[in-house]
Design a protein around this ligand. Structure first.
Ligand SMILES: [Zn+2]
Length: 500
């Protein structure tokens, strides 16, 4: 099977074919640096980190650009409130951003441009749009003319006429006077006299939000890129407007594939500041949640689906990760032969030659892992492969409790070691980093039997309805919490706890 992504542009799962062979150019919309990052950011950037690692593992050279929006209304308001400059506020929050992302083992992008450092490119870009007559200035503001761009709405599937009616009602009075069309959006905004501002051909002001991404993509990656990433809340208007600006200016398709991650729900409700269920990454990790537990938790759900965040689910993820971490620790703890030579660098995952030496079972698991990931990054499927792969290692660890490692047959040792290496490599593709200091978990005997029975019932129902995808998902979910299913004749399913 070939690599496939669900492309928001076509609303279909499509084969991925890069513009240049062996190279992938990715742009990801970054944060507005007025505050600490929250769970929504963690979810999004963890998913895209895995995308990047997987592409690297498959042999692509990946260029990954992600911006910082360091000037906008939120930043100006927050800086005023805190009595500091917008630069000071941005600088501080950029530092905090790096701390959070490093803690979660999210690889740093190839480059991270900032809006205030790209003003020259932004202004040039707007001037080009003016020359092409798709932008106009009005009282110190500059707007993009939406009706001059024939494909406006192609990403979000919105019809422009309906949008104009809706937007007209929301316009403020002064905007009504300066915009020709209610859907037109600002490329450059005139500043109030006391606000931070930058000089431009249209007077003092600052860039609109959408234009910075178009200008940065062009500057850092060129006119056309392979993949554009972001949260699904950015599809409209942000990404729609990026497409309009870039394609009107360059006359080329901005991005071939648009991937969007789902939102985070907390206790069944959308996470938002107004609902008071807003969790920062910092506060979550302070509560004894390990960064890898959070990563493991996020990867249990497909990136496009909403992610339901509950204490219970997090606890289950923590157990799942402990079990996996135990097996990942194995090679380090026992310092088995050649281990130093084969030091695993999870930040540069590569398919290695030793994979040719794998036994049939392991080879099948390796290829199943890739199949899952090729299928629009099915990370929960990929995790279930890690658990299968860890079974023989687990058994071997118990076996070593009774025997000295020097008494073990060399061939058997090599075999387990190869499996451990494969496990470590594949965990690395998901960015799951072994934690050697984690305490040995106590016996995980407190499984919730009612919940397991219920999930088994749901799986039988799914099978009866021929929804095999759901049935497989439930099996994988159970495996993640340490439960193995045995299908017996007449539709009876038994379960057993996977041995520790
Ligand atoms: Zn953007």
């Amino acid at each position: 099977m070939s690599l496939k992504f669900t492309n928001t542009l076509s609303k279909k799962k499509e084969d991925f074919i890069s513009i240049n062979p062996n190279q992938v150019k990715i742009y990801c919309c970054g944060v507005t640096v007025y505050d600490l990052c929250h769970l929504g950011h963690a979810r999004s950037y963890l998913n895209w980190d895995v995308l990047r690692r997987f592409l690297t593992w498959k042999g692509f050279e990946v260029k990954f650009v992600q911006n910082f929006t360091d000037i906008d209304d939120k930043i100006i308001n927050r800086a005023n409130k805190e009595g500091c400059s917008t630069d000071e506020l941005s600088e501080r929050n950029i530092d905090e951003f790096h701390k959070d992302m490093d803690t979660l083992s999210i690889l740093r992008p190839t480059s991270m441009p900032r809006a205030t450092k790209c003003l020259h490119q932004i202004i040039n870009f707007i001037e080009e749009l003016e020359q092409k007559k798709v932008a106009y200035s009005s009282n110190g503001d500059v707007y993009f003319s939406v009706d001059k761009h024939k494909n406006y709405g192609k990403l979000s599937g919105r019809e422009i006429e309906n949008q104009i009616d809706n937007a007209a009602g929301r316009l403020k009075k002064n905007q009504k006077e300066s915009k020709k069309n209610s859907l037109d959006f600002a490329l450059w905004k005139k500043s109030n006299s006391d606000e931070v501002s930058y000089s431009s051909p249209w007077g003092n002001g600052r860039p609109g939000w959408h234009i910075e991404c178009s200008a940065m993509v062009k500057q850092e990656l060129g006119e056309s890129i392979d993949i554009h990433l972001g949260g699904s809340d950015l599809i409209f208007p942000h990404h729609e407007n990026e497409i309009a600006q870039s394609e009107a200016c360059n006359g080329k398709e901005l991005a071939k594939y648009w991937l969007h991650n789902g939102m985070v729900n907390v206790g069944g409700e959308k996470m938002s500041k107004s609902l008071g269920n807003f969790t920062t990454i910092r506060s979550l990790l302070d509560k004894d949640i390990s960064p890898m537990t959070l990563r493991f938790f996020v990867l249990q759900t497909n990136y496009r689906k909403p992610l339901d965040f509950t204490e219970e689910a997090l606890k289950a993820a923590s157990k799942g990760w402990e079990r996996l971490n135990n097996c990942l620790s194995f090679g380090y703890i026992y310092k088995i032969k050649d281990q130093a030579k084969n030091e695993i660098n999870i930040d540069k995952p590569i398919k290695r030659s030793f994979f040719n030496k794998l036994d049939e079972d392991s080879f099948k698991l390796l290829s199943d892992f890739e199949k899952y990931m090729d299928d629009d990054l099915n990370t929960s499927g990929a995790l279930s492969i890690l658990f299968e792969l860890s079974q023989p290692i687990k058994k071997f660890i118990s076996f070593l409790k009774e025997k000295d490692i020097n008494e073990v047959d060399q061939e058997e040792l090599n075999e387990v070691f190869n499996k451990w290496q494969l496990l470590s490599e594949l965990a690395g593709v998901l960015g799951l980093k072994v934690n050697l200091n984690q305490e040995k978990p106590t016996n995980n005997t407190e499984l919730d039997t009612n919940k397991i029975e219920e999930l088994i019932k749901n799986r039988s129902l799914a099978k009866a309805n021929k929804d095999f995808l759901l049935a497989d998902k439930i099996r994988a979910e159970l495996k993640n919490i340490g439960v193995d299913l045995i299908d017996k004749p007449k539709g009876v399913t038994e379960w057993k706890q996977l041995s520790d």
